[in-house]
Ligand binder design. Structure first.
Ligand SMILES: [Zn+2]
Length: 264
């Protein structure tokens, strides 16, 4: 009887312990962080997973050295976006000019490099770097989706985008549009192939009735109709309305919110 009572008492005492297993985060905006990260990484994160990611980002934000901060952030994002085995790299480049912009960042069309610039010896501020690395790696996610949708259509779209950089005269003296397109595809293939192989291995062909496939078709079309890089300033509205940029800027905005919430 005494033993029975003890067990009963023990069971009763265990109950409040279980209730305490409800997740307790150090971030008071953890629910917002979870929502933002889930949208950015295109997966449904649990609060616990979001908390782990937020802790990693917070730690990175505490790094004193600018280059190390950018490199560690890039590595973390590479993992969180799902590019652990990707060949994509970060390149920090010097850009010295009296008329230099505040900062520049880009994702190369061939998908092997994200570039950020050290303008007149200085990297962008921490928040801008946070924003722009989330932005540029979002482009790599789109790149991955487009390839898993239809890699030859994507290759073709890239070549057509590049073709805009050539004059009619240059195209005609090099055998016409088709010949130049084929040549451009040959030039880009060595850069694309490693990611083609990885995406084939990790994702394969997206099912035609999946939402991601539909997005992939939109991305391919948007890449084909993308304005020339040199026209970003003069045709800024068109540039900002391209679905590839709409999504990447959104990822950057969501990241900036997270940046603020990491502080407390
Ligand atoms: Zn962009």
């Amino acid at each position: 009887m005494v033993i029975g009572c003890s067990i009963f008492a023990w069971v009763k005492l265990r109950k409040p312990d279980k209730a305490q297993e409800v997740f307790n985060s150090e971030f008071k905006n953890i629910e917002n962080i979870r929502k933002n990260l889930s949208e950015i990484f295109e997966k449904d994160l649990s609060t616990k997973e979001a908390d782990e990611l937020a802790k990693n980002y917070k730690k990175i934000c505490e790094i004193k050295d600018d280059n190390e901060y950018a490199e560690k952030l890039f590595e973390q994002l590479k993992k969180d976006y799902g590019f652990k085995n990707s060949h994509i790299k970060l390149s920090i480049e010097n850009f010295n000019s009296a008329n230099a912009p505040d900062w520049t960042a880009s994702h190369t069309d061939l998908g092997y490099l994200v570039r950020i610039s050290r303008i007149n010896g200085k990297l962008a501020d921490r928040e801008s770097l946070f924003d722009s690395l989330f932005h540029e790696l979002k482009h790599h996610k789109q790149f991955e989706t487009a390839i898993a949708t239809d890699k030859s259509a994507f290759e073709d779209a890239l070549a057509h985008k590049k073709l805009k950089e050539y004059t009619k005269k240059q195209i005609n003296s090099n055998g016409g549009e088709e010949a130049v397109i084929n040549w451009l595809k040959e030039q880009s293939r060595p850069y694309l192939q490693p990611e083609f192989d990885r995406i084939e291995r990790e994702i394969g062909q997206l099912p035609k009735d999946s939402p991601r496939y539909k997005k992939g078709l939109e991305y391919i079309n948007a890449k084909r109709n993308y304005i020339q890089e040199s026209e970003i300033v003069t045709r800024n509205k068109e540039y900002k309305n391209n679905i590839l940029e709409v999504e990447a800027y959104r990822a950057g905005e969501l990241a900036k919110e997270i940046f603020g919430w990491l502080k407390g």
